[in-house]
Design a protein around this ligand. Structure first.
Ligand SMILES: Cc1cc2nc3c(=O)[nH]c(=O)nc-3n(C[C@H](O)[C@H](O)[C@H](O)COP(=O)(O)OP(=O)(O)OC[C@H]3O[C@@H](n4cnc5c(N)ncnc54)[C@H](O)[C@@H]3O)c2cc1C
Length: 489
């Protein structure tokens, strides 16, 4: 059995360690952030800071596909999330106003996931890993370099272990980079002659998130899919553990005029302009506005072309594949990588390092690559669309994939079959091709979408939005929100 050193005790590193230990491997997990105070209680209380993970304070939804995978592989971890206040939640629970819909049909449980704020979910995984025999977690331990062992094949370095910031050398049969979207492993690999190919797109968004706890009015009822797009802004609403939830306003990183959203008063005024979401700040605020910009879509390929650039190390999770956060793909994608790595070790062990690298990397590419490419194309279009809206123009492109996507967004609340197909794609249970093209639904989407507005949910135009940002003067939509009730339409 192998000794595997995992860089990063985020969700993906933790799940990997538990899966590998269950197979009899020894897993040493290193994280630059301290781990002593990582308890579920601290996470529930909101007392846990994670400088190593910038998105820690932002909305996280584990997609139903990720939930199913976690429940199948690590039911004990799911139990812990439930004990911490996580509960079963259907992604379609706000969408059953569709004419002719028959909610609760056999199979609809596939749209369910488990809710929890990111710290709570991670703390539950941490607690599970910490008590797993064969897993050792070293917090406050940063990996600062990699050392090379005897080359297994000519022409490329073979990583034989890591060096930490305290100078400790830790040998490994395999090193796993699970150090997240800001991984510095590519630079460390470059120092030993094994730089991966990095493909990065700066289709950047900016997140403005607040957390709340329910008062006597309870957790807000969803009125549509958790993510809605509007003129130059998007809104995400997500229940958390217990009676908490988060609400996020997403802008383009380039949109300087909306930067005042970092102020609570501006954030509140702007949320109030969206009738379907306005009630998602009716509770006790747990935070001011958390802001994170600079998101990007990045691939880091340790296998370039036909051969690995380096052996003895594999990259998974965000360190391998960073996606645009709006569709909540990151954790599910990373969990899939973790299972693939576990399965590859079962099949191949660590002796043939080249074969192992090829097998894992090609598997990741085949399974998650198309989703990454679609997501990257979407992010490119969406930022271009926001650029156009900032100029007061309507975005036009002849890309049929964008046309189909926006048509589906415009009509998914009009037809139960389209709703479920959309639910499958959004829950990461099916690709758009499988859900729409192979089922013959595209024509119906185009037919229904012909007259549909770009944005199905009401909201302000750009001028009204900027008015609310600048001085809070009521715009035309403000009257509407005053009559929007908590549970009504
Ligand atoms: C704003 C935002 C919202 C998101 N929302 C969602 C969502 O709704 N659903 C979803 O599934 N995903 C979401 N994501 C993506 C999700 O956060 C990531 O996919 C997830 O964190 C990846 O987990 P990971 O374990 O690969 O990396 P991380 O969670 O980033 O963990 C990496 C760990 O590595 C450690 N580390 C880094 N470098 C070193 C080093 N040199 N030595 C030792 N330790 C190191 C860090 O301290 C950290 O603990 C969102 C992302 C963003 C930016």
């Amino acid at each position: 059995m192998a000794h595997v050193v995992i860089i990063g005790a985020g969700p993906v590193g933790l799940v990997t360690s538990i899966l590998l230990a269950a197979d009899g491997h020894r897993a040493t997990v290193l994280d630059r952030d301290p781990t002593a105070a990582r308890t579920v209680e601290a996470a529930i209380g909101g007392d846990w800071r994670r400088p190593g993970v910038k998105q820690f304070g932002h909305t996280h939804i584990l997609m139903p596909a990720g939930y199913r995978l976690l429940d199948k592989e690590l039911p004990g971890a799911v139990d812990r999330i439930r004990e911490a206040g996580g509960y079963t939640y259907s992604m379609l629970s706000g969408a059953w106003k569709v004419p002719g819909a028959d909610p609760g049909q056999a199979g609809d449980e596939r749209f369910e996931t488990i809710t929890a704020r990111r710290p709570v979910l991670e703390a539950a995984l941490f607690a599970t890993a910490a008590e797993t025999p064969g897993v050792r977690i070293l917090g406050g331990t940063k990996v600062v370099s990699l050392f090379v062992g005897e080359a297994r094949t000519s022409g490329r370095p073979h990583i034989a272990g890591v060096v930490t910031d305290s100078g400790a050398r830790i040998e490994a049969d395999l090193v796993v980079d699970a150090s997240g979207r800001r991984t510095d492993v590519p630079e460390l690999l470059a120092q030993v002659g094994g730089a991966p190919e990095v493909i990065r797109e700066e289709a950047g968004f900016r997140y403005y998130t607040r957390y709340f706890r329910a008062d006597e009015r309870g957790v807000p009822a969803p009125r549509t899919w958790p993510l809605t797009h509007h003129n130059s802004i998007s809104v995400i609403t997500a229940p958390g553990d217990g009676d908490t939830w988060s609400t996020t306003l997403v802008t383009s990183d380039r949109d300087q005029e909306l930067r005042p959203l970092s102020r609570v008063d501006v954030w509140n005024r702007v949320l109030a302009l969206y009738p379907h979401a306005a009630h998602w700040n009716e509770g006790v605020p747990l935070t001011d506005v958390h802001v994170m910009g600079g998101t990007h879509n990045t691939l880091r390929c340790l296998v370039a072309g036909e051969q690995p650039a380096v052996t003895g190390i594999l990259a998974i999770g965000d360190a391998r594949m960073t996606t645009n956060p709006q569709f909540g793909m990151g954790m599910t994608t990373g969990l899939r990588h973790a299972v693939r790595l576990r399965d590859a070790l079962r099949l191949l062990g660590t002796d043939d390092a080249v074969e192992l690298a090829l097998h894992v990397d090609r598997g990741i590419d085949a399974e998650s690559g198309p989703g990454w490419a679609d997501d990257t194309a979407w992010a490119r279009h969406r930022t271009a669309e926001i650029d156009a809206e900032m100029r007061g123009e309507r975005y036009a492109t002849d890309d049929p994939a964008w046309a189909l996507r926006t048509a589906v967004e415009a009509v998914f609340l009009k037809d139960p079959e389209i709703l479920r197909a959309w639910g499958d794609v959004g829950s990461m249970l099916a690709t758009a091709d499988a859900a729409f093209v192979e089922t013959g639904l595209v024509e119906r989407v185009i037919q229904l979408g012909a007259e549909a507005p770009r944005y199905p949910e009401p909201g302000p135009d750009r001028a009204e939005l900027l008015t609310a940002v600048r001085d809070g003067e009521p715009g035309p939509h403000r009257g509407r929100l005053l009559v929007a009730t908590r549970d009504g339409e």
